[in-house]
Design a protein around this ligand. Structure first.
Ligand code: HPA
Length: 277
């Protein structure tokens, strides 16, 4: 089943015909919001609000491990995340979509793995993830290509057909937040090859991958990043842009749900092969 994680400005997906609302207790604590399991286009889909309804969780305190675990518990094996980002690449304008293909991690101290070796939690279940945790294994997953190529291709096809302006690749720098960046930090990130900046893309992507889920991110440039913009940054600016884009985002989501084939052509679900020490 596809799971959608809604970021800033996307707290609900009203188009879903709700089947059930699930509050999952996980070994990693509670998720940011109940998971809505619903139907759209004849498919079953799960929706989770990353910051919680009412935007309760700041980026550095989002319970990322609980969120991904909870999605898995309800049967999600592919995640599509929607995120607002600041534009660093001068070709990326406010309102553009970006189908990111790599990331740079500048977060500090977030719990960014399930595999804690001797410190791993005990979980129930007979699958490979549960075995690795129970046997307290050390696991190094490959993240050469962190985002699911099959989902990225579908997103690009949909954006192309709808004539929505998008960038087919981009490197996402994840900062700790919750403050915005300094102009100097953005200058550094630009030199390092970042195209966009956000505060929530990491560790979400790697946690999904550790659970063998496919993960792709539909990023929306909400503002030019600090120092590129001529004015100071505000949350108001980000929210305003995201609300302008809401209709397009939801149309793209609907189309992804309709067209994502059941058969996987990526290798995301084989990431644990050879990963344990
Ligand atoms: N920086 C970090 N996160 C963001 C930004 C930004 O400029 N815009 C939206 N999310």
């Amino acid at each position: 089943m596809l799971g959608i994680i809604g970021g800033s400005g996307l707290y609900e997906f009203e188009e879903l015909k709700v089947v059930e609302e699930v509050s999952v207790k996980t070994p990693f604590g509670g998720a940011s919001s109940p998971i809505i399991v619903g139907e759209l286009e004849g498919k079953r889909v799960a929706f989770l609000s990353r910051h919680g309804k009412g935007h309760l969780y700041p980026p550095h305190r989002v319970p990322y491990r609980a969120n991904l675990w909870a999605l898995r518990e309800v049967g999600v094996d592919r995640v599509l995340a929607v995120s607002a980002v600041g534009g660093i690449n001068k070709l990326f304008r406010a309102g553009d979509f970006v189908i990111i293909d790599n990331f740079l991690d500048f977060t500090k101290g977030r719990e960014s793995t399930y595999y804690e070796g001797v410190f791993s939690v005990d979980v129930e279940g007979n699958d490979e993830v549960a075995r690795l945790l129970r046997e307290k294994k050390v696991v190094h997953i490959d993240v050469t290509e962190p985002y699911c190529p099959q989902m990225r291709t579908l997103l690009m096809d949909i954006l192309e057909e709808r004539r929505l302006k998008y960038h087919p690749a981009g490197t996402y720098a994840c900062t700790e937040g919750p403050r915005f960046e300094t102009a100097a930090e953005i200058g550094m990130l630009e030199k390092l090859g970042a195209d966009v900046v956000g505060m929530t893309g990491y560790p979400e992507v790697v946690l999904a991958r550790e659970l063998t889920m496919c993960y792709a991110s539909l990023c929306v440039v909400a503002n030019p990043a600090a120092g590129i913009s001529a004015h100071r940054l505000t949350s108001d600016e980000v929210m305003e842009l995201m609300s302008q884009r809401e209709r397009d985002v939801k149309e793209v989501l609907r189309e992804v749900i309709r067209r994502l084939p059941a058969e996987k052509t990526c290798g995301c679900d084989r990431v644990l092969e050879g990963a344990e020490v």
